[in-house]
Design a protein around this ligand. Structure first.
Ligand code: TXA
Ligand code: MG
Length: 352
């Protein structure tokens, strides 16, 4: 069995000696978890097939789900991308470093494990000093999925990584909580107009402002999605808290009444129930559930996104038997938040 080490790193001024040590582990085909602005990543040398194999093993990740490659500078793109269309340059200028992953045709030397056999790669430059320094110090390109066991909520702090990855990886760089809390937007530039394959922290509106027309993800059975996206649990389960989880969508007052009714029903049967509420509605659920946790104010999707995975994980260890969540508007960041909530419920959606 591997022994995992964890070290605290100052996210604003990382100790270069510690980063160099982490980089050496990666160059030696090891695995290092590190913070990005979205969620913690599990990094390995993305140009080394043996190292990439270890990621799939540690996460118990299906081989058909490709990994995002992380670079420290747009200058490194030609190492792995066959073509960089003008639209990519425009997007990079606006959104990099940042939570936008671009899907581009790949160069043949990128291990097939990274792209899961696809002719493309997902590529991004994260907006986090620890991540950027680490990538630069390795001198290579890092394959880095979220540092959770496959199917579980992504880690937004080092404790989440410890919970999922202890003694499965070499090192955890603890740089505190991530700021955004939902993953990058995956945008396919091999389609014209480009298509969002996974909604994320860069919103649909942000993208259309810069490039005009952008296509939204298709439903699961019609075809094109990021291989890791399932739409209502059709392919891989995702972001799931490991307890039965129901999302209630609809007109705001109807949602509250329906959650009260459903949660109350389980509570009457002496099942321990949880409700994931917005800050405004918290009091409405008093007496209907054993545990009510707030994600933040409805009007502040940034806060809701930042808290989502942590609250899901908190519920998981709280001893409840069943969890209900309110739906949100799909404008802006709400599109990504609702995508993750729907995935986390594995298709258990109630229309109020
Ligand atoms: O914010 C993020 O993107 C985080 C941090 C660590 O960078 N990473 C992350 O990686 O969320 P992961 O592996 O959990 O999710 C990667 C997503 C999956 O849905 C995968 O299918 C998609 O990106 N993806 C990767 N390469 C792709 C490709 N060539 N074509 C289509 N989708 C791709
Ligand atoms: Mg993931």
């Amino acid at each position: 069995m591997k022994r995992t080490e964890i070290i605290k790193i100052d996210p604003d001024n990382p100790d270069i000696h510690e980063i160099k040590r982490a980089a050496a582990i990666i160059k030696n085909k090891g695995l290092v978890a590190f913070p990005t602005e979205t969620v913690y990543g599990l990094g390995a040398d993305g140009l080394c097939a043996d190292a990439v194999d270890k990621i799939f093993l540690a996460k118990d990740r299906p081989k058909g789900n490709p990994l995002i490659l992380h670079i420290a500078s747009p200058d490194d793109m030609p190492q792995v991308a066959k073509e960089i269309p003008p639209i990519a340059k425009k997007l990079i200028q606006t959104f990099w470093p940042g939570p936008l992953t671009l899907v581009l045709p790949k160069k043949p030397h990128v291990p097939y494990q990274v792209s899961a056999g696809l002719p493309t790669i997902g590529l991004r430059m994260p907006d986090n000093i620890i991540a950027l320094t680490l990538i630069a110090e390795t001198g290579t390109i890092l394959a880095a999925p979220s540092a959770n066991i496959s199917g579980r909520p992504s880690p937004t702090n080092a404790k989440h990584v410890v919970d999922d990855m202890w003694n499965k990886i070499d090192l955890i760089l603890d740089g505190g909580s991530t700021s955004l809390g939902v993953e990058s937007t995956v945008l396919d530039l091999t389609e014209d107009p480009p298509r969002i394959l996974r909604p994320g922290s860069v919103t649909y509106e942000d993208l259309t402002d810069v490039v005009g027309e952008v296509q939204k993800p298709l439903g699961g059975q019609e075809g094109k999605l990021s291989p890791g996206q399932s739409y209502q649990g059709l392919k891989y389960t995702h972001y799931s808290p490991g307890i039965p989880f129901f999302l209630v969508e609809g007109e705001p007052q109807a949602v509250i009444r329906r959650i009260q009714k459903e949660a109350g029903k389980y509570r009457d049967r002496a099942e321990k129930t949880g409700i994931m509420s917005s800050e405004e509605n918290k009091e409405q659920y008093h007496g209907y559930a054993d545990i009510v946790k707030s994600l933040g104010p409805k009007g502040d999707m940034t806060q809701i996104a930042a808290n989502l995975y942590r609250v899901l994980r908190d519920f998981e260890t709280s001893g409840i038997h069943i969890l209900f969540a309110e739906g949100y508007s799909e404008a802006g960041l709400g599109f990504a938040v609702m995508n993750r909530l729907r995935e986390a419920t594995k298709g258990h959606i109630i229309y109020a």
